[in-house]
Design a protein around this ligand. Structure first.
Ligand SMILES: [Ca+2]
Length: 417
C-alpha cells in the first residue's frame, strides 16, 4: 500500500517539475539538496512504528570503480597495499564470490532497483536512461531515511531516483572531484544529519586516469612493476587512503558495505583493461569482494554466492524497508542447514549487452559456470574449482553433457523470471 502511494507521489513530483520547467506554476524545486516530496502522513506513522521495532542504523555503501577481486592485501595479493580496506575486511562478513555486471552502469542500475539487468534493461554503458523504477532510495525514504549520493552516477539527477541529498560538486554523470579532491560534502552530510541516513559513495577510483600522487607510486618502487601496472596499483592505494579517511568519520554503529562495480586487470597498455577482465563475463570482469560490517555480527568468510541484487535487499532489510517482490536476499541471514552449499541463490545470472543488445548471458551453479553467447557456437562451460582462470572449455567434453543441460535449463528459467 505504502509503495503505491509513493508511486503516486513520484508521478505528482514529476508533473510539478514539468510545470516548473514550462513556467506553469511556482514550486521550489532543488533536486539534490532537498527531499523531492514530503513523506505522506501514513508513511510518517510507519516511520514512528519503525522506531519502536529496531535500531536505526546509518548505512554506508562504498563502491570501488574498476578493482580486481584479488587486488587487496586481505585477498592475498603479494604486492598491492590496501591497509584501510584490509582493516575493514578484518571486522566484516566477507563474501569472496560476489557478482556484479562487467561495467559500472548496469551494476549501478541493479543496486538502484534491486533488479537484475534483464529486468531493469540497462545492460551496458550506453542506452537510454534508467526508467521509472522504485529505487533503493525511494524505499528507504518510506521508513524515514535520508539518502545521499556522491561520485559517479549515470541516470540523470539523483533526486529523480529518490535520493534526498547529493554532493553539489558536479553534474549527473560527473562529480569526479569526490574522492580524488575531497570527501567533505559526504562527511558534512554524515555529521549534520540526525535522521537515519544512507550514503552511496562511488568515487571514480581507482578508475582511469591512473594519476595517483607520487607518494603512492613510491610505495611500489621496489616491486619491479611495469609502468602501467605501477600506476594502477598506486591508484588502488590512493583509493584505499580515501576509504580510510572516510571510515575515520563514521562511528562503530554505522553499517558499512564495500564492493567494486566491476573487475579490472591492467593490460600492457596504460589504463586499458585486459580483454578477459572488465567488460567480459570472465570472473575477472564480473566478480568482486563484498564486505559487510555490521556492529552486531562477527567477522566471518561466507563462501555462498552473492550478487548485486542481494546488496540492495540487505541494505533495505537492515533499514527495515520493504523489499518484498525483489529477487535479492538479506545476506545477514545465514543459509540454513537444509539449503545446499550455495543455497537457493545458486543460480547467479547477469547479461553483458552492448548498447542494450544482448551479447552474453551467464550463470553459475556451484563451481560450474556457463556463458551463453548469442548467435554464436562459442558458448563456454567452466569449472571454477578445477580451472579458476577459465582457460579450459568443458563444453566439448561429452561427460559434462548432463551439467551443461542443467545449466541451460536454469539459465532459461532465470531469464523468464
Ligand atoms: Ca567501473
Amino acid at each position: 500500500m505504502s509503495l503505491m502511494i509513493l508511486r503516486v507521489v513520484k508521478i505528482l513530483w514529476e508533473i510539478s517539475l514539468l510545470m516548473v520547467l514550462f513556467g506553469l506554476g511556482a514550486c521550489d524545486v532543488n533536486p539534490g539538496t532537498e527531499s523531492r516530496f514530503a513523506v505522506p502522513a501514513d508513511m510518517a506513522q510507519t516511520t514512528e512504528e519503525q522506531d519502536d521495532q529496531q535500531p536505526r542504523y546509518n548505512i554506508l555503501l562504498i563502491l570501488a570503480d574498476d578493482l580486481g577481486y584479488d587486488h587487496y592485501g586481505f585477498a592475498g595479493h603479494p604486492v598491492v597495499k590496501t591497509p584501510s580496506i584490509d582493516a575493514l575486511s578484518n571486522r566484516s562478513i566477507r563474501f569472496p564470490a560476489a557478482y556484479v555486471s562487467s561495467v559500472c552502469r548496469p551494476t549501478f542500475a541493479t543496486l538502484l532497483t534491486g533488479l537484475p539487468e534483464h529486468r531493469h534493461g540497462t545492460t551496458y554503458i550506453g542506452g537510454p536512461q534508467l526508467g521509472d523504477f522504485l529505487t533503493i532510495a525511494d524505499r528507504l525514504t518510506t521508513v524515514g531515511y535520508r539518502s545521499f549520493q556522491a561520485g559517479k552516477f549515470w541516470e540523470g539527477p539523483q533526486a529523480r531516483h529518490g535520493f534526498t541529498d547529493s554532493a553539489p560538486l558536479g553534474g549527473a554523470t560527473g562529480n569526479k572531484k569526490i574522492g580524488r579532491v575531497t570527501i567533505e560534502p559526504v562527511v558534512r552530510f554524515m555529521h549534520d544529519t540526525s535522521a537515519p541516513w544512507f550514503v552511496w559513495f562511488s568515487p571514480h577510483m581507482p578508475h582511469s586516469p591512473h594519476n595517483a600522487p607520487d607518494r603512492h607510486k613510491a610505495s611500489y618502487r621496489d616491486a619491479e612493476l611495469d609502468d602501467a601496472t605501477l600506476d594502477y596499483f598506486a591508484m588502488i592505494s590512493w583509493f584505499d587512503e580515501v576509504v580510510g579517511e572516510l571510515l575515520r568519520e563514521v562511528d562503530e554503529d554505522t553499517v558499512i558495505l564495500y564492493m567494486a562495480d566491476n573487475g579490472f586487470v591492467q593490460s600492457d597498455w596504460p589504463e586499458v583493461p585486459e580483454e578477459k577482465s572488465k567488460g567480459s563475463s570472465y570472473e575477472r570482469g564480473i566478480r568482486t569482494q563484498l564486505l559487510i560490517y555490521h556492529p552486531e555480527y562477527e567477522a566471518v568468510v561466507r563462501t555462498e554466492l552473492s550478487q548485486a541484487v542481494d546488496v540492495t535487499a540487505t541494505i533495505l532489510a537492515i533499514a527495515g524497508a520493504d523489499y518484498s517482490g525483489l529477487p535479492g536476499r538479506d545476506l545477514l541471514v545465514p543459509y540454513s542447514a537444509e539449503e545446499p552449499a550455495f543455497g537457493s541463490r545458486s543460480s547467479i545470472f547477469a547479461t553483458d549487452g552492448r548498447e542494450s543488445v544482448l551479447e552474453e548471458r551467464w550463470i553459475r551453479v556451484g563451481d560450474w559456470k556457463l556463458v551463453d553467447i548469442e548467435n554464436s557456437d562459442s558458448d563456454r562451460l567452466h569449472n571454477l574449482s578445477l580451472d579458476p582462470d577459465e582457460k579450459s572449455n568443458y563444453i566439448v567434453r561429452p561427460e559434462h553433457a548432463s551439467i551443461l543441460a542443467q545449466l541451460r535449463l536454469e539459465l532459461e528459467k532465470k531469464w523468464r523470471e
